[in-house]
Design a binder for this molecule. Structure first.
Ligand code: ADE
Ligand code: ZN
Length: 337
């Protein structure tokens, strides 16, 4: 089964590029930029990666972003992710970045975007990986700050497929960003939002109705509400689930409690993703392997997860078809071996 997972072509739709910053690269960039980290070694830093909830993690995650200063830093970070993605047979990726966590430190938006998009172009040339970038706003900050950033994004809009909403969920409900999402929709951005990771099912309803989202990031807590599950099926809504993240941030106590299998059985377009792989102990394949073991997923489930990842991606129709053909070829060849 592990071999099947490793070789299967797949898309990743929920990946914070800052969350792919491995401790080794963090130390390298800190040295390159003359920044003192509050840890003496890679081992000591890794030992600090124990979280009791989302906020615990976010505090460490925002600290880590401070080593990212130059365009080259953002390029190196992003290209390291694509190298890993290629090893894992990820053929399409949709990546979040948090502009506000960089501009607040005096790093220009263009520096961040140039570094990431140059790595995206190189990944397409070198590995054939297609990718899109999602401009993700921090929900613990004001809607006004998000507006200021969205306005800065307009001249660079060709680089972004959509906007997202992340950071501390509880106490920062979707309605706080209703005007922003309205404007983003009018500008032609796709809209996604983290919802129902820690926050209540109502945040998922409100993300659908008030923010008019095209895809839900996480959405675990939809399991608490039967009508909401029915609505997700009816809408054909994609969910980007992140099992190892859920385990590390105590959204689930045990992977055996993870909702992905139940969601698949209901016909929800669930996908599996790594969220912040450098912090949660695994990239996409490790997420698929661990959740498959815990929930006894079979090849048909795994095929469905990869199928969903292409279907609910923001790739154009031609690319979607090409990726689905690759998946079908893999599936029939693997079963006939
Ligand atoms: N930022 C990075 N990872 C996140 C997550 N899992 N939830 C909310 N915000 C995040
Ligand atoms: Zn996330």
């Amino acid at each position: 089964m592990e071999e099947f997972i490793k070789q299967m072509p797949k898309a990743e739709l929920h990946l914070h590029i800052e969350g792919s910053l491995e401790p080794e690269l963090m130390f390298e960039l800190a040295e390159r930029n003359g920044i003192q980290l509050p840890y003496s070694s890679v081992e000591e830093l890794r030992k600090a990666y124990h979280f009791s909830n989302l906020q615990d993690f976010l505090d460490i995650y925002y600290e880590g972003t401070k080593v990212l200063i130059t365009e080259q830093d953002f390029y190196d970070l992003s290209f390291a992710y694509f190298t890993k993605a290629h090893e894992q047979n990820i053929i399409h990726a949709e990546i979040f970045f948090d502009p506000q966590s960089h501009t607040a430190r005096g790093v220009e938006l263009s520096t961040v975007v140039n570094g990431i998009t140059k790595a995206m172009e190189q990944a397409q040339i070198q590995f054939g990986i297609t990718s899109h970038l999602i401009f993700s706003l921090l929900r613990h900050l004001s809607e006004e700050d998000a507006f200021l950033h969205l306005e800065q994004a307009i001249p660079l809009q060709h680089h972004f497929i959509g906007i997202g909403l992340d950071s501390s969920e509880i106490g920062n409900p979707p309605e706080k960003f209703q005007q922003l999402y309205q404007m983003a929709g009018e500008l032609g951005f796709k809209r996604v939002a983290h919802a129902g990771e820690e926050g209540p099912p109502q945040y998922i309803w409100d993300s659908l109705s008030l923010l008019q989202i095209d895809r839900i990031d996480h959405g675990n807590r939809a399991m608490e509400h039967e009508n909401l599950l029915n609505e997700l099926v009816l809408l054909g809504m994609g969910l980007t689930l992140c099992p190892l993240s859920n385990l590390k941030l105590k959204v689930v106590k045990d992977l055996r409690d993870h909702p992905v299998k139940k969601m698949l059985n209901l016909g929800i377009k669930a996908t599996i993703n790594s969220d912040d792989p450098a912090y949660f102990g695994g990239y996409l394949n490790e997420n698929l392997i661990e959740v498959s073991k815990a929930l006894h997923l079979d090849k048909a489930d795994l095929y469905q997860l990869a199928f969903n990842s292409f279907e609910v991606s923001f790739a154009d129709d031609m690319r979607k078809r090409e990726m689905l053909v690759k998946l079908d070829q893999f599936y029939s060849n693997f079963n006939n071996e």
